[in-house]
Design a protein around this ligand. Structure first.
Ligand code: DQQ
Length: 471
């Protein structure tokens, strides 16, 4: 392995051995095992010839890579790629509902050997174009079906757009997965609306969950230059086949997490994976031979004020090995000197003054030439991820990422950080999540440090673990 790959390939995240990966697809727990399918190009570290890769796990954390599950069929409706979709249990038959291109259509495939090989439905596509009223303005954008069972029927949401007007989620129902009835627009975006945030021009990868009697719609947004923006969510109600939104929010900050998919596990959790985009020039991916990483598994639940609670799943604790815990006898500066690693979990709970500005540095070289800072800025109520010195390389993103985090009166700050070589995921107070990519170039960029720029910070607890590789 080249030195750069040794420094940058994550050790406790899922990723293919080589080549390109993007969206998670077809997440399903089947006979106790978790199956993760994903957009995969076996022909290189670029987006093209899209297949569905496949991996299986018994704990959401350790994965076994399996042979490709879906490949484009020459002359078939997916001849140009098997784009995103979902997996469902159709009375005991594992079934994919996925996107064939070009044009973008809805296709089916089933497995009779435990999800290893897949047979495409001979009547594909089951939906060959967007519905009337949408097709005229969709310019072909019609993809990423997400299907669920309710009241003895199948329901589907799928992404689309109205050119010049905004993204769309379309709504369908079916008795048999083959004949689909269009029910109308589930939710429409508006390009003129910029508050609480602008939601782009195309919507893709919708997910619809039911939590505590409310519906959660997750959508990923693109802009008109085809740039992937971010996923966001709406909380609302579904009554008489009409969705009413009562709250909307960005799902994950940091400019790298995209196209998440959520599955319901047998023990009743909603578990989400997303694609961590590469965050460096495509020439760097070509040279490295790989691009794209799956996020850590996160569980979603609903807070009383309608925000989503986002937490790393409990199973990740099995990866903890060397543990450093700050105790009363040790000063913080002595404590951090002991810590070294490119695969770390950091858990900090502290009280911060209203004017506090302080941070944690990770992947820090001894002379601080390379460092990535996670900062909490109390007076402006925001979290910052300062990547401006994260790498000496000029072909990687070295920017500043921001997320709002206003603490309530007497509310403690709880930062939960996962660093894994080129990935950094941050969970703050269980409801703000950030994910980003960093590419330190020095072998000694392994240190952790703390700094306080303003105000006071009282640490209640600080734990750091070195994390075991999953491979
Ligand atoms: N990626 C897929 C599409 C989806 C997009 C293509 C989102 O199905 O809309 O690889 O990243």
């Amino acid at each position: 392995m080249s030195l750069q790959n040794k420094l940058h390939r994550p050790q406790y995240h899922f990723l293919p051995e080589k080549n390109w990966m993007n969206d998670p697809n077809g997440l399903i727990q089947w006979n106790g095992q978790f199956h993760l399918f994903y957009q995969y190009n076996p022909n290189g570290a670029f987006h093209g010839t899209i297949h569905w890769g496949h991996a299986v796990s018994s704990d959401l954390v350790h994965w076994q890579r399996l042979p490709i599950a879906l490949a484009p069929t020459p002359e078939g409706p997916d001849k140009d790629g098997c784009y995103s979709g979902c997996a469902i249990n159709n009375e005991g038959t594992p079934t994919f509902v996925y996107t064939g291109i070009s044009p973008q259509t809805v296709c089916l495939a089933t497995s009779s050997d435990g999800l290893l090989s897949w047979e495409k439905y001979e009547g594909n596509p089951v939906i060959d174009q967007p519905p009337p009223g949408v097709i005229e303005h969709a310019t072909g954008d019609f993809r990423d079906p997400y299907v669920w069972r309710e009241n003895d029927k199948w329901f589907m949401v799928i992404g689309s757009k109205r050119e010049g007007q905004g993204g769309l989620v379309l709504f369908y129902q079916s008795q048999d997965l083959v004949e689909w009835e269009y029910l109308g627009i589930f939710l429409a975006g508006d390009v003129q609306k910029t508050k609480p945030f602008w939601t782009g021009t195309v919507w893709e990868c919708p997910n619809l969950l039911e939590i505590d009697g409310k519906r959660v719609l997750i959508v990923s947004a693109q802009n008109d230059r085809g740039e992937l923006m971010f996923p966001f969510y709406h909380i609302g109600h579904l009554q008489n086949l009409k969705f009413t939104s009562i709250f909307e929010q960005k799902l994950v900050y940091g400019n790298c997490f995209y196209a998440p998919q959520v599955m319901k596990t047998d023990d009743g959790r909603w578990v989400m994976f997303g694609w961590l985009q590469t965050g460096r020039r495509s020439s760097a991916s070509t040279e490295a031979g790989w691009s794209g990483v799956m996020s850590l598994p996160m569980s979603l639940s609903l807070l009383p004020d309608n925000r989503l609670e986002i937490q790393p799943v409990e199973e990740l604790k099995s990866l903890r090995q060397t543990h450093w815990k700050l105790d009363e006898e040790t000063s913080l500066s002595k404590f951090v000197q002991k810590i070294k690693g490119a695969s770390l979990e950091i858990l900090l709970e502290c009280d911060v003054s209203p004017d506090a500005e302080f941070g944690i540095k990770v992947c820090c070289s001894p002379d601080f030439e390379e460092q990535t800072q996670v900062i909490y800025d109390s007076s402006n109520g925001r979290l910052l991820l300062n990547k401006t010195q994260s790498s000496l390389s000029t072909v990687v993103d070295r920017d500043m990422q921001k997320a709002p985090l206003q603490l309530g009166k007497d509310e403690k700050l709880r930062l939960h950080i996962f660093v894994d070589h080129s990935t950094l995921e941050l969970f703050a107070n269980n409801h703000v999540c950030m994910a980003s990519r960093i590419y330190p170039t020095r072998e000694d960029s392994l240190m952790v440090d703390f700094f306080v720029q303003n105000g006071t910070v009282n640490i209640n607890s600080l734990d750091v673990w070195e994390m075991k590789p999953i491979w």
